[in-house]
Design a protein around this ligand. Structure first.
Ligand SMILES: Cc1cc2nc3c(=O)[nH]c(=O)nc-3n(C[C@H](O)[C@H](O)[C@H](O)COP(=O)(O)OP(=O)(O)OC[C@H]3O[C@@H](n4cnc5c(N)ncnc54)[C@H](O)[C@@H]3O)c2cc1C
Length: 497
């Protein structure tokens, strides 16, 4: 039997759990990293954001992980790790499709929205090819002396007066782990939930509603080429190439993400309202994929030569959330505590924000650590609630694209405000993700999001003007500007308070 006695046991070796194990070790904790599978392995959740990158750089600087910093920007990533596949992400692009009709450029970009998140390619964000990225981090953890147990399945987890006891099995025998503190970084695996009796929150209370159908593909055409073939000059106003983005293709009752990597692989998936797109009895995932593409001629064009390189994944409803996410000696990373949707790519950034806060807790001992651990959980749950508010509202506005665009601005404005605070050294060490704990911003956003959910499309212009006025104290980058006609270049912003 393998016996491990340690300060911190981390279950799950995605980038979140692995990074935390590296930091914990750096802080002098004895740690074990436990993984059910093996690396490299496929994982979804691939699109980073400026806020994710700032947090990654902050973790690198704060905890002396110089090797990590280059991975926080496209230019330094490519220069330092050309062997690690990634994709360039200059920002976000959105296009509204109509069933049965080819996408056509509309006057004033009424069916398109392109938002730059970086000033040039070097400073761009990245799409992480998770199989390679996560395996690279695990290699770093092992190199730093983190004991790593893969193919390790926990079958009994007990929370005792003095800490945690875990019984697990590996192909080469039984494993017993005693740990003072346990972190659940297993995402959908939710390894700690049964031991702690964590109740799932009724998903009926969550605004966002979606299920997913996705794979990795070769041969996906660039959307810019599809647009230009249909109408030369159609992309002239785009502030950056719209494929170097988290490309959001919006359809009736859903949307599709398209994320290009530079190894000829493209990650693509539909996120679908389960009521408007129920799974049809007897229809395979491949058939459903083909039927959806067939409904939207320009998407069919983009995927005409595409081939899946792995089996499709078809999920049930994606939204989930537990009732508690931490105690004095345990915590769930955000993806174990809940999930909403890939819309606007909040997952990586929220996970890194949580890793940073948990690392700060592990840097403490005694009552201060217990306080930080206890406060961590409610913060994560408030963040998920906030992301649900934005995501669910955007989904409710898919049939009113201009209103949806203004709702999405609530996310962009908060993200850019947080980035500016990071850039100007004003971010607090414990700041919640995306202004989730900022009462004034949440109140303003709450008012606008509530209004968006039922607003007639005919009032979209007035709504944009109202958002522009109300967001003024936070809007350092000129979001919600009707003069931009939905095309937002990266603009130098003013310092924030
Ligand atoms: C369809 C979809 C699309 C998404 N798209 C995006 C996006 O574009 N951008 C973004 O920022 N986020 C996205 N996300 C969210 C993103 O996937 C998560 O935020 C991210 O993967 C969290 O990383 P993690 O390391 O915490 O957990 P995970 O990546 O979920 O890793 C969990 C690890 O734990 C292991 N494990 C599971 N159970 C056990 C167990 N019992 N014992 C031991 N190990 C176990 C797994 O094998 C895995 O290695 C998406 C999520 C989904 C579902």
């Amino acid at each position: 039997m393998t016996r491990v006695d340690c300060d911190v046991a981390i279950l799950g070796s995605g980038f979140g759990g692995t990074l935390l194990s590296i930091v914990a070790r750096k802080l002098g904790c004895s740690v074990v990293l436990v993984e059910r599978g093996t690396h490299p392995r496929f994982a979804i959740g691939e699109s980073s954001t400026p806020l994710a990158d700032f947090t990654l750089a902050r973790i690198a600087d704060r905890f002396g992980l110089g090797w990590l910093r280059p991975l926080s920007k496209y230019g330094t990533w490519k220069a330092s790790h050309p062997e690690l596949p990634c994709g360039m992400k200059r920002g976000f692009s959105f296009f509204r499709h109509e069933a049965g009709r080819p996408f056509a450029h509309a006057e004033g970009n009424a069916n398109a929205l392109v938002v730059a998140a970086s000033p040039n390619d070097d400073l761009a964000d990245t799409h992480w090819f998770r199989a390679s990225f996560d395996a690279h981090l695990v290699g770093k953890a092992v190199g730093d002396g983190v004991p790593y147990l893969d193919r390790c399945e926990c079958h009994a987890v007990r929370h005792t007066e003095s800490g945690w006891e875990l019984d697990a099995a590996r192909p080469d025998g039984a494993v017993h782990i005693r740990a003072g503190l346990v972190i659940d970084a297993t995402g959908t695996g939710q390894a700690l939930a049964p031991a702690l009796g964590l109740e799932p929150v009724d998903p009926a209370g969550l605004l966002a509603r979606s299920r997913a159908l996705y794979s990795h593909f070769t041969g996906v055409a660039r959307w810019q080429d599809v647009l230009e073939d249909a109408e030369p000059g159609a992309t002239a106003a785009h502030p950056f190439p719209c494929d170097d983005a988290a490309l959001h293709q919006i359809i009736d009752g859903g949307w599709m993400w398209v994320l290009r990597f530079e190894n000829d692989i493209t990650s693509a998936g539909f996120s679908l309202d389960p009521e408007r797109h129920p799974v049809r009895p007897g229809e395979s995932p491949e058939q459903e994929w083909g039927r959806l593409l067939g409904t939207y001629p320009s998407l069919a064009r983009q995927f005409a030569d595409a081939e899946p390189v792995r089996p499709f994944v078809r999920t049930g409803r994606l939204q989930r959330r537990v009732s508690r996410a931490s105690g004095p000696d345990w915590a769930l990373l955000p993806h174990a505590a809940g999930f909403l949707d890939a819309w606007l790519s909040p997952g990586i950034a929220q996970t890194l924000s949580a890793v940073n806060r948990l690392a700060l807790a592990l840097a403490e001992r005694g009552p201060e650590r217990r306080r930080r651990m206890t406060e961590y959980g409610p913060t994560v749950l408030r963040e998920l609630e906030w992301v649900d508010e934005i995501t669910g509202t955007c989904f409710a506005c898919f049939d009113r694209f201009p209103v949806m665009g203004t709702a999405a601005m609530l996310y962009f404005t908060a993200a850019i405000y947080c980035e500016e605070r990071e850039r100007n050294g004003l971010a607090g060490p414990d700041d919640a993700f995306l202004l989730a704990d900022h009462p004034e911003y949440r109140a303003t956003a709450g008012h606008l999001l509530r209004k968006a959910r039922t607003l007639p499309a005919s009032e979209a212009d007035d709504f944009l003007a109202e958002a522009h006025r109300l967001l003024e104290p936070y809007n350092s980058c000129g979001m919600c500007d009707p003069g931009r006609r939905n095309m937002y270049p990266y603009t130098a912003s003013r310092p924030t308070k």
